[in-house]
Design a protein around this ligand. Structure first.
Ligand code: 4AD
Ligand code: MG
Length: 464
């Protein structure tokens, strides 16, 4: 006997015929003549309807246990459904309860739950229709990331999760230590890391970029795709303490080719999901998507050309917009969410790259422009969300890079190997980071980043 998934059954051109299905009860409607069970195995938005004759002996033996949340196995025949709104149903000949669920205490009841409530039951959340769909899309997107780069001759590099260099230089690394926190050894009032596990201060990586650069200047085109961590006290709908990032890095490349790669990448991912997860995408846009977000909008985006704005021009647009912003606009400020949203939602009405930011608000590794004031940075902003990609052409000139490290007071000794790349065979090179969860929010229309993350971590929360 074959065991097809509900997805296989529902997407087949013809009724599957005799088989066995396994899954969890979503609903159970009983009547004297016929009973209906909706069975979900998490592979598709809509469950399979099981049609059961109450006189069936295996059903009669377990009817009281066929409740929402219970795990069951059903055997029977999948036939064309006479009912409206579904193509197939199963006429059940045998039913078994594998795992019971107490209907009084099972937290995931049939009724609609709020996303806030579902965040308190992360262990059951994937069983809901919305989150099942979100996480199937997440799985497909992860695959598409690899496909995009592998098709284009990029090599996948596993950069370390434990690192001693703070790539973004923002002091937001989580520390990794085995020192006894109740009795930390000290020198000159500071922790003595020479007695620690790695004999120096180590932390969880904030980005794989610096390590990826070593590989780009060896294998030419590489990418990383892994978890990154930031001890940043941002309790917003767009920030996580642990998130996944995709970071391509290309040798012999400049800002323009980097922007083109980012645009091609985003469009590829969206197209892949529209083509390969049509049911999930349609369902999420119908039931879950934030205002103004539509499937048509996504399709149009794939065919559009992304605009680019110089930071200096973006500031002028904001200054003359007539809008009242909470954070006043002037040249030199970091763009706040309200500014980004004005540019994407109102001014451009679509995604936009902002390029050439002031060097004071960007990381040390970005290439300094001839004006000495700005750097070859590029942020991709999208409607509703703001930044989803941050990238740059890197500073490949040894002297300039060293000066930047000193200017910013970064611990020079930590970057000796990064500086070495500029001493031996240096080349212009560029890369970017796409926040995987930010992208998923965008493409599924989800309002809170915690709702595209299986087990979100944010300030004050690391449960499950
Ligand atoms: O702009 P960021 O900080 O850039 C870097 O880390 C570079 N090293 C990337 C590179 O050039 N290789 O982060 C890149 C992206 C952001 O645009 C955003 O999408 C996401 O990572 N991101 C976060 N996502 C969720 N929670 C957070 N706290 C995030 N911080 C950044
Ligand atoms: Mg950034």
């Amino acid at each position: 006997m074959a065991f097809p998934t509900v997805r296989e059954i529902m997407s087949a051109p013809q009724a599957h015929g005799a088989c066995e299905v396994r899954g969890w009860v979503k609903t159970h409607r009983q009547s004297k003549k016929v009973s209906f069970v909706e069975l979900s195995d998490g592979t598709t938005v809509r469950g399979l309807q099981l049609v059961i004759d109450p006189a069936l002996s295996s059903y009669a033996a377990c009817v009281a246990q066929v409740v929402t949340g219970a795990a069951i196995i059903a055997r029977g025949e999948v036939i064309d459904s006479p009912a409206k709104g579904q193509r197939f149903e199963m006429k059940v000949t045998e039913l078994h309860v594998v795992g019971e669920a107490d209907p009084e205490t099972y937290p995931l009841q049939k009724k609609e739950h709020t996303h806030e409530f579902l965040r308190e039951i992360l262990h059951f959340r994937p069983r809901s229709a919305t989150f099942g769909a979100v996480f199937r899309v997440r799985s497909a997107a992860g695959f598409a990331v690899h496909r995009f780069f592998q098709e284009r001759g990029f090599y996948y590099v596993h950069t370390p999760i434990i690192s001693t260099s703070d790539c973004e230089g923002a002091g937001e690394m989580f520390h990794v230590t085995t020192l006894d926190l109740a009795n930390v050894p000290k020198v000159n009032g500071q922790p003595d890391y020479s007695q620690d596990f790695f004999k120096e201060m180590a932390g969880l990586t904030v980005s794989g970029q610096l390590e990826a650069e070593t590989f780009a200047t060896a294998l030419s085109k590489v990418y990383t795709f892994g978890p990154t961590f930031r001890a940043e006290n941002s309790n917003t709908t767009r920030h996580l303490s642990e998130f996944w990032m995709i970071e391509p890095e290309v040798a012999f490349a400049d800002l323009e080719s980097n922007m083109a790669l980012g645009e091609e990448f985003i469009k590829y991912l969206i197209r892949y999901l529209l083509d390969n997860c049509p049911e999930e995408m349609e369902f999420l846009h119908r039931t879950n998507a934030a205002e103004g977000q539509t499937l048509e909008g996504l399709r149009a985006l794939v065919d559009s050309k992304f605009e680019a704005l110089d930071y200096t021009d973006a500031i002028k647009i904001l200054e003359s917009s007539g809008e009242h912003f909470e954070f006043p606009v002037r040249w030199g400020i970091d763009l706040q969410s309200e500014h980004e949203r004005f540019l994407t939602d109102k001014h451009i009405k679509g995604p936009v790259y902002v390029v050439n930011y002031p060097k004071e608000i960007k990381a040390f590794y970005m290439r300094v422009n001839p004006d000495g004031k700005t750097v070859r940075a590029m942020d991709m902003l999208v409607p509703r969300l703001g930044e989803i990609i941050g990238g740059s052409q890197r500073e490949e000139r040894y002297e300039v890079l060293l000066e930047r490290i000193r200017e910013l007071g970064l611990p020079e000794q930590n970057y000796w190997w990064y500086l070495d790349l500029r001493k031996f065979g240096t080349v212009p090179h560029a890369g970017f980071g796409l926040g995987f969860e930010r992208f998923l929010m965008y493409v599924t229309g989800t309002s809170n980043i915690r709702d595209v993350t299986p087990f979100p971590r944010h300030p004050g929360f690391a449960k499950f």
